[in-house]
Design a protein. Structure first.
Ligand code: ADP
Length: 698
């Protein structure tokens, strides 16, 4: 109550203060009155109307009319009737005050309204700026605008840099004449239509009556209506984002004030779009990277359709395409559909389309890297067969991306949108990045497939080889035993005396047949080891016996070559847990090599002892030695040192491989020390079994 009365009291107070002031001035100057007091009061009332509103201003006028009486009277006349002229003066003064009050009231009202709209705009602008998605920005803008301007049609055109056209991306119709029309059919070049002009000049345009405006461009079949139109370009920095367009039915239904508000909205929208774009770019880069990772061909076992689907999924995530097709080059040299998908084309009911020939895709393969088509209906880049397809599907924008592995064109992706789509160079580049990754994925997959085929063929070959070795060694073993049996009979003289030359030949025969038997044994052992079928026959043995027997076996050969073999064994038993037959073969092999790879008469030293808790056997020769570069591969299957001097030394390269297999099969290890020209030493170390079974070393 008191609060509401306050402006009125203030108004009356102001009149009182000003009157007193004027009276004082008259008294000080000794004049009957201040002649301009009327003017002063009219100004005062105007100010009161502006600050406090119409009511207090009227009350102030009343107060002033009452006390004015005092000022109108001639001095010393006292209260009483005034002259006609005084009354006329008072009347015009009151009229002037009333006019000022009304004027102030109206303009104040407009200002308050505008301020209110501006405040509203300020409320919604954070929403616009904060939206991180371009679509969301435009939705927010459409809503926010409606709160400050009561439009009936709201349109957003975006500037498509690639196509150099303004493309309608949003249309909100709030009145019947606008709802009837499909505005999306309109795209405009710079300078075309009101929108095009606003974009070109980068200045807003207010058209009071569109029906009288010859520059308007309407969709085909639209009858122009009487409407006001506002077109405001969205620009930040140097970049044109597009144009905001508002329409309201009726001539002059939009004002200059609306235009100013729209300018502010458009500026904010441009900023928000720039933000959204940057955010989307960052997000898309992350997405593209994730997609790329997902496309790595780690999972070679994935079936082809699944791979196609994943690759296409990457493109779809990134592009948000309505329809998409992945075609991949197949063995028949044609591009078959590997996957289809998209927001409006679920993979399961998509037409698969026939395979394309290499000739049909030549246009996309070469020399263009990416084909971007803004409007399939009019774009001459498109060959007839593509145009037919895109027209059938109602496609309004397409991107065709080749998938290239090096120089090879392995397929392509077609991405399609049913609305005109705005694609920036960066977006195309990002899609190309995914295409490059897809190429790697597809290519690696194919290479892996080839590799797998090769590995299978190799395994088959290996199996056949083993089988052959096994059969061959078995078949050789029996006749060899017979040959050796007769040879020893001959050597012993059981079959009669032999001439000296024949005896010599017989020794060579025995020697070579020993070598051959060794070879056959090796082959048999290899076959058994690789089969994994025959398990080693482990028992507690004294390795000294195994080594001594092996040395005795090789001695005739060494002596034949005028060489010598020295054996040094510890007096204490070298007890281990092992397969005596296999260990014998291992030691045999080392001894055979020591003989074979000695240039002159072989000098071989064999030692057997215990060292550092394990049993150690060393076979040392003073032969040709082994180059250091060969040490690492020496124990590989079929490995032989390639030395031209060795070409007359027979061998298969399985001896040392067997030694290692046998020794490692016993939990031991084998090492080599060798210098070319100085000789070699092979050392076998075998573990001593835990427990008290074995007596301590002597
Ligand atoms: P093979 O003796 O049948 O060729 P091995 O596996 O026993 O096969 O030996 C592999 C290769 O290692 C031999 O070809 C030879 O070049 C080299 N080699 C093995 N033992 C010796 C040695 N004591 N002195 C020199 N070279 C050796």
């Amino acid at each position: 109550m008191v609060r509401r009365a306050l402006p009125y009291l203030a108004a009356v107070g102001a009149v009182g203060v000003v009157s007193t002031g004027l009276g004082l001035v008259a008294w000080v100057l000794r004049i009957p009155r201040v002649e301009t007091f009327l003017l002063v009061f009219v100004l005062l009332v105007g100010a009161i109307a502006w600050r406090l509103g119409r009511g207090p201003a009227l009350v102030a006028t009343g107060a002033f009319a009452l006390i004015a009486d005092y000022f109108f009277l001639p001095p010393r006349a006292g209260l009483g009737g005034a002259s006609v002229s005084d009354l006329v003066r008072l009347g015009t003064g009151l009229l002037a005050a009333a006019a000022v009050i009304q004027f102030v009231h109206v303009s104040r009202g407009r200002q308050v309204l505008l301020q209110k709209r501006k405040d509203l705009l300020q409320d919604v602008s954070p929403q616009i700026i904060q939206s991180l998605d371009a679509d969301e920005v435009l939705n927010t803008v459409a809503e926010a605008t409606l709160r400050v301007i009561d439009y009936q049609h709201f349109r957003v055109y975006r500037w498509d840099e690639a196509a150099e056209r303004l493309v309608l991306v949003k249309s909100v119709a709030r009145a019947e004449p606008y709802e009837r029309v499909d505005w999306h059919t309109v795209t405009l070049s710079l300078g075309e239509g009101i929108t095009g002009i606003a974009a070109q000049t980068r200045r807003p345009l207010l058209i009071p009556d569109g029906s009288l405006e010859p520059r308007m461009v309407y969709p085909v079949g639209t009858t122009p209506v009487v409407e006001s139109i506002l077109s405001v370009p969205m620009v930040t920095g140097d970049r044109l984002f597009g144009v905001l367009s508002l329409a309201r039915l009726g001539a002059r239904s939009l004002s200059d004030e609306d235009l100013r508000l729209m300018e502010s909205i458009a500026a904010q929208t441009a900023l928000a779009l720039a933000n959204a774009e940057q955010y989307a770019e960052a997000e898309q880069t992350i997405k593209a990277l994730a997609t790329i990772e997902a496309l790595q061909p780690t999972d070679a076992g994935l079936p082809d359709p699944e791979v196609g689907k994943r690759i296409l999924g990457g493109f779809l995530d990134l592009s948000q395409a309505d329809l998409a097709t992945l075609r991949v080059l197949q063995a028949d040299g044609r591009y078959h559909v590997a996957a289809t998908g998209g927001r409006h084309w679920p993979a399961n009911d998509a037409p698969m389309g026939g395979p394309l020939s290499a000739a049909q895709v030549a246009w996309v393969a070469d020399p263009r890297v990416t084909v971007y088509v803004a409007d399939p209906e009019s774009d001459t880049k498109l060959p007839e067969w593509v145009r037919r397809g895109t027209q059938l599907a109602g496609v309004k924008a397409s991107v065709f991306l080749p998938i290239r592995a090096g120089q090879r064109f392995v397929g392509f992706v077609g991405l399609h949108w049913r609305r005109p789509r705005w694609l920036r160079p960066q977006q195309l580049r990002r899609l190309q990045l995914v295409a490059a990754q897809a190429a790697i994925a597809l290519d690696t997959r194919e290479a892996l497939g080839r590799e797998r085929g090769r590995a299978e063929a190799y395994a088959e070959l290996e199996r056949a080889r083993r089988e052959f070795m096994q059969i061959a060694s078995h078949e050789l073993r029996t006749p060899l035993t017979v040959i050796r049996g007769y040879a020893s009979l001959l050597e012993e003289g059981s079959l009669g005396e032999m001439p000296a030359a024949a005896r010599k030949a017989l020794r060579t025969l025995m020697d070579k047949s020993s070598e051959m038997r060794g070879q056959v044994e090796r082959m048999l052992l290899l076959a058994r080891l690789e089969d994994g079928a025959a398990q080693p026959q482990m028992s507690e043995i004294d390795l000294r016996t195994v080594v001594a027997d092996a040395v005795n076996r090789v001695r005739p050969q060494v002596e034949l070559k005028q060489g010598r073999v020295d054996l040094t064994l510890t007096s204490a038993p070298l007890t281990i847990l092992g397969d005596p037959e296999r260990l014998a073969t291992a030691v045999d092999n080392l001894l055979q090599n020591a003989v074979k790879f000695s240039a002159g008469p072989p000098q071989i030293e064999v030692t057997g002892n215990r060292e550092n808790g394990s049993v150690r056997v060393v076979v040392r020769d003073h032969g040709i030695g082994i180059p250091p570069s060969a040490h690492a591969r020496l124990f590989e299957k079929f490995y032989r040192v390639s030395d031209p001097e060795l070409h007359n030394v027979t061998g298969t390269g399985i001896g040392l491989y067997l030694v290692r297999q046998v020794v490692e099969g016993h939990g031991g290890r084998v090492d080599v020390e060798s210098q070319p020209g100085a000789g070699s030493a092979f050392e076998i170390q075998l573990p001593v079994p835990a427990g008290g079974a074995i007596p301590p070393p002597a």
